[in-house]
Design a binder for this molecule. Structure first.
Ligand code: F6P
Length: 462
């Protein structure tokens, strides 16, 4: 029987068990897999130095196979090379990169551990779909072990230009490893071009017809597949979330005030410092918003043991403290800042309640919060999305109020514009964005990628 095996570092379970801190990959892949099912292989999220067998658990039509990481694997692979080298580099922050040879070795060893466990599962006819920067070398390792099945790779983060990529020691290996997949997918045309230029200009490979690339004897196809959301169910889920205690309490605490919402992992790529500064200016320059708006920023702690994340957390504490100290009154808090997650339906209901969705990353692969905010709106009274032009989502959601997140004054202006926007303009902008999401949802993303993977592998055989 032909099965789909999805492989990612992080796996998601279900809304019922979620603590609400999963990022885009877990949420997006979960929605895609729930429909047709398959095996989802990845890290259990646990650190354990015993050599335990993988744990298998079936929920709905997804069979989860998860492995623990040893402390050294967590330190070198996850915290080290993946999140202290590839993540900052792919998000255009080379100054935050902390490269150590030992982390690169640990990254390769952890990929080999994933490969060794997968070899026990893979059967002829299976399709293997690897996700994200944690597992770039995995395809090569599976090929070297003799796996002939179709293997695709999708990168959820941005991919850098060649100039930036060159700052990573061993970057040529990253490019060559990607060439071992049959199909390599990116979120945007910019990311795809970065990869093609890396192969052509960086390694002397060739860009051929039909999105094919050649590097010596290696061939692969590379295309753009913007990830999306489960558009048709999000509005219903938002309504279900309105029955939760958290939503009711938020709703009644607001009174007539307009809600601005931001929901982001506490990550330096999300532009949270600049966002706080923009809100500070909004209150400082516009007396009309004093006491009339509330900004709710939900930011679950993420990768808190990586130094750059600890530094960011302190910086945001100070920005938020400044806003509250400057503008709060004994009966009004201008900002509410929470370092924890909520169940997805509660978050969706909060999106529905918010007059403004503030999504201002300094760099982001796609940003599914932007898409979910749009899909959760009330069609008769939608809120306004303020969106960074540096998020992949801006390529499609160009009817949002688009800002450059480094331009704090422009973000302040966009917030004021959004808060005052007349109903007809809100509906008009929302409808255009919703059309995009209705025409291209998460299921279209999955079937396009997997359809192309079948097509490129069968044409290579024939
Ligand atoms: O592609 C980025 C990603 O893998 C997304 O799932 C999410 O934005 C984030 O990284 C999750 O990070 P972590 O698995 O380290 O919590």
């Amino acid at each position: 029987m032909s099965r789909l095996i999805v492989v990612s570092n992080r796996v998601a379970k279900s809304d019922a068990t979620s603590k609400g801190s999963e990022g885009g990959l877990a949420v997006g892949v979960m929605a895609a897999m729930e429909k047709d099912g398959g095996i989802w292989f990845g890290w259990s999220g646990k650190i354990d130095n015993r050599n335990e067998e993988p744990k298998t658990e079936t929920r709905g039509n997804i069979e989860y196979v998860t492995i623990n990481l040893r402390q050294s694997e967590y330190n070198q692979y996850y915290k080290g090379y993946a999140n202290s080298v590839l993540w900052p580099l792919f998000h255009q922050r080379p100054e935050l990169m902390r490269y150590r040879d030992i982390d690169l070795s640990g990254y390769l060893q952890a990929n080999q551990k994933f490969a060794d466990e997968l070899l026990k599962i893979i059967q002829p006819g299976d399709t293997i779909w690897v996700h994200d920067y944690h597992l770039i070398p995995l395809g090569k390792m599976l090929r070297e072990a003799g796996i002939k099945n179709p293997i695709g790779f999708f990168l959820h983060t941005p991919f850098p230009s060649l100039d930036l990529l060159r700052t990573v020691p061993g970057y040529t290996k990253t490019l060559k490893d990607l060439m071992r997949y049959d199909l390599v997918g990116f979120q945007t045309e910019g990311d795809h071009m970065g990869f093609c230029m890396g192969i052509a200009q960086g390694l002397g490979g060739e860009i051929l017809k039909n999105d094919k690339l050649r590097l010596g004897s290696l061939h692969c196809t590379s295309r753009v597949y913007p990830i999306s959301v489960e558009t048709s169910v999000l509005n219903g889920a938002a309504h279900a979330g309105m029955h939760t205690d958290e939503y009711r309490r938020l709703h009644s605490s607001l009174g007539d005030r307009s809600l601005i919402i931001g929901v982001d992992r506490l990550d330096y790529s999300k532009g949270l410092v600049q966002r706080c500064q923009a809100y500070d200016k909004l209150l400082g320059q516009n007396q009309e918003f004093i006491r009339n708006v509330v900004y709710l920023q939900i930011s679950p702690t993420s990768r808190g043991d990586v130094q750059a994340y600890g530094d960011l957390a302190k910086r945001i504490d100070s920005e938020v403290g400044h806003i509250i100290g400057t503008y709060a009154d004994f009966d009004w808090m201008p900002m509410r800042y929470l370092n924890r997650g909520f169940r997805r339906r509660t978050i969706l209901a909060m999106y529905n309640l918010a007059r403004v969705g503030l999504v201002t990353p300094l760099k982001d692969g796609m940003n599914l919060v932007a898409k979910e905010y749009v899909a959760a709106q009330n069609p008769e009274d939608p809120g306004v999305l303020v969106l960074s032009e540096l998020a992949g989502a801006a390529d499609e959601l160009d009817s949002a109020v688009i800002i450059n997140p480094y331009d704090v004054c422009a973000t302040t202006g966009a917030l004021a514009q959004a808060l005052k926007m007349p109903l007809n303009e809100r509906i008009d902008r929302w409808r255009k964005m919703m059309d995009v999401l209705e025409n291209h949802d998460i299921h279209a993303w999955q079937s396009k990628f997997l359809g192309d993977l079948q097509q490129v592998t069968s044409s290579a055989v024939s």
